[in-house]
Design a protein around this ligand. Structure first.
Ligand code: 6R9
Length: 637
């Protein structure tokens, strides 16, 4: 495949950027022209950020799977679409060509149809990182069903919340998942989740771990049996459903500063164009390159940069079932060596944890195939950046530090591999089509360089979220009401003397733990559900490997006899309510929390204490009871 919209030089970057600001519609129409549309759009863009109401390519008809599969069959039919590496290095890997993938997606799409799934229905997917997960996602898209993938580390309660919010009618899962030395019993978690989910009529279970499962008559079906049925029907084709550009493609739940996670909605046309455009440009993908993104499909990075971006570009995407430290800390490097990987896209937390094992696991691995490296999910510290550059990229590979969010659908601010001059810790410059601005607390634009502010985007881009599922008002208040006519990212950011952007982290009550977004309010709610807990406050603190750790201050009804046991009980509760990823790293029992006279918890003070900055608590004059702070400082962990 050729990518006429691939930027090839710094001059071209600057020209494209200028054009994208002066004539955004013309700019994006030029990109969108290189996709397969059943019917071309009438209008490129209609928008206002007040309601908000954003529509791209209105009147356009398409199916994203025709762009990811059908259109490649003639030229790339025998090219690997997915290379799959299992958790256990002794097990055989799988190579799935574009033709194989097309056949499998059509087959499973017919399974969904046989089970009554129709355009617009919501399907929840809770699977491990096996090719069937990508097949399930694409099969939904093929028939116009809206997928909602839930990461395999979330608890039954979290899944139930998401299923109920979306009113999903079908769940696709596995008996279990292999991750490192663990077997995660996915189907059994689904069984618990479904006790409170009457909307779910069918569950399709793919075999992976052979963990014993209970199959409920009339509800639960085996993936393999259902495929056989389609085979007995003679494997009929599965024509792609014609979708409107603005029809929903998927929902992905993500944490915010208040309440339960919200379902970020992406639509077919704009998301497709944006995932592809950002993939092709950021990584400078060249036909034939092997591309490996270590994320999980349960997060946005997996959606956009394991599945939709690479496949729509006819790329070879490597999917890895396991974890970077199993069976040893050289696993990622063995995979690079084994498949001659050219592009590696990973997270700072993974780099930091692997750095801790020294160079032993890296030595004797042939990493000479690597040409480009990428980082995503959280700020990358300079030490990790240099380690990645020197020891993995051997000083010859550009690193793209890509800043973006679930809500943005794709990469927003990033170097273009090999083109933008890089600077460690900096996401550098916006891609053409993206107009970032920094604002102060009052929403006034901060102009010039060498400045710091809240990062907003002032013009729509095709991959942006359209709404939060079932609650448009929440979308408005969360992203579009803080500042007039701006999309607010929730991130703080500085722009240096070169105009380069450096993301400094969240300015709201959202934590970023090992690259996973977790709301402090969510963790507090979970802790407060534990019997005997009166109140809690959760803040983040710097953590060497995870980026941020979770620090919880907890008030219990009475002094517990065995505080260690109570801590374990609280951890268990958080695991049950949210999932193990949200377990606090530290729990400090306190008798009170610092509050203002109006009863608001002063998190700023708690954050300072958690960070160890005891002498630098800032203004404490509005505190109701200063003695509480002294007590918390004394018993700090
Ligand atoms: C893609 C993804 C989004 C939040 C975002 C920001 C942080 C992501 C970053 C980064 C600094 C980067 N973030 N990439 N911070 N540098 N290169 O991670 O989406 O899970 O929604 O998280 O992650 O704080 O607001 P999501």
């Amino acid at each position: 495949m050729a990518y006429p919209y691939q930027i090839k030089s710094l001059e071209e970057y600057q020209q494209n950027y200028q054009q994208s600001v002066m004539d955004p519609e013309g700019f994006w129409a030029n990109v969108a022209d290189h996709f397969y549309w059943r019917r071309k759009w009438d209008k490129v863009l209609e928008w206002n950020f007040k309601d908000p109401d954003v529509k791209w390519f209105t009147g356009g008809k398409l199916n994203i799977t025709e762009n990811c599969l059908d259109r490649h069959l003639g030229t790339l039919g025998n090219t690997p679409a997915i290379i799959w590496e299992p958790n256990d290095p002794e097990e055989h890997h799988r190579v799935i060509t574009y033709r194989d993938l097309y056949n499998k997606v059509c087959q499973f799409a017919n399974v969904l149809k046989n089970n009554g799934v129709k355009k617009g229905d919501r399907v929840c997917i809770y699977m491990g990182m096996i090719p069937e997960l990508a097949i399930a996602v694409l099969a939904c898209a093929r028939i116009g069903a809206i997928h909602s993938v839930v990461f395999g580390g979330f608890s039954a309660q979290s899944i139930a919340d998401r299923i109920q919010d979306a009113q999903a009618s079908l769940v696709i899962t596995c008996d279990g998942a292999f991750r490192g030395n663990k077997d995660i019993p996915l189907k059994s978690v689904i069984d618990d989740a479904l006790m409170g989910c009457p909307s779910v009529k069918k569950v399709i279970v793919c075999t992976r771990t052979r963990t014993p499962v209970s199959m409920i008559k009339g509800r639960d079906l085996w993936w393999e049996d259902e495929i056989k049925q389609v085979e007995t029907m003679g494997n009929p084709p599965c024509p792609a459903e014609e979708m409107d550009a603005e029809d929903m493609l998927f929902i992905l739940y993500t944490s915010g500063s208040t309440g339960k996670p919200k379902g970020v909605v992406h639509t077919c046309g704009g998301y497709m164009v944006y995932a592809n455009y950002t993939f092709v440009n950021t990584f400078q993908y060249q036909p034939g390159e092997v591309y490996f993104c270590t994320a999980d499909v349960g997060w946005i990075t997996g959606h956009s940069y394991i599945i939709y971006g690479p496949l729509s570009a006819g790329a070879t995407t490597l999917m890895f079932e396991g974890v970077p430290t199993y069976p040893d800390a050289g696993r990622l490097w063995s995979i690079v060596d084994k498949f001659r990987v050219n592009i590696l896209y990973t997270a700072p937390t993974a780099i930091r944890s692997l750095m801790g094992y020294g160079l032993g696991p890296v030595n004797h691995k042939d990493l000479s195939s690597l040409k480009k490296l990428g980082s995503v999910g959280e700020p990358i510290n300079e030490e990790a950046w240099h380690w990645f550059k020197d020891h993995i990229g051997k000083g010859r590979c550009p690193i793209v530090d890509t800043w973006w969010q679930t809500e943005t659908g794709g990469i927003m601010i990033t170097p273009i591999a090999g083109i933008t001059k890089e600077k460690p810790g900096y996401a550098t410059l916006p891609l053409p089509g993206i107009q970032p601005i920094l604002v102060d607390e009052k929403g006034e634009e901060i102009t010039g360089n060498n400045v710091n502010g809240n990062l907003c985007i002032k013009f729509p881009w095709p991959g942006m979220l359209r709404t939060t599922y079932g609650d448009h008002e929440r979308c408005r208040t969360t992203y579009f009401a803080t500042y007039d006519n701006l999309y607010f990212t929730g991130d703080g950011c500085l722009r240096d003397e070169d105009g380069y952007y450096r993301i400094t982290g969240r300015v709201d009550d959202v934590l970023n733990v090992s690259g996973h977004r977790i709301g402090t309010a969510e963790v507090e709610n979970a802790i407060n559900m534990h019997a005997g807990v009166v109140e809690s406050a959760v803040v983040g603190y710097p953590h060497d490997i995870k980026g941020q750790g979770i620090y919880a201050y907890v008030i219990t009804e009475r002094q517990t006899h065995d505080p260690e046991l109570t801590k374990k009980d609280i951890l268990q509760t958080v695991s049950r309510i949210i999932g193990p990823i949200a377990k606090p790293d530290k729990i400090q029992f306190v008798s009170g929390l610092p509050k203002t006279r109006s009863g608001k918890i002063m998190r700023r003070i708690l954050r300072k204490i958690a960070e160890g900055e005891l002498d630098n608590l800032g203004d404490t004059s509005t505190l109701l009871d200063p003695a509480v702070v002294e007590e918390i400082k004394r018993s700090r962990l």
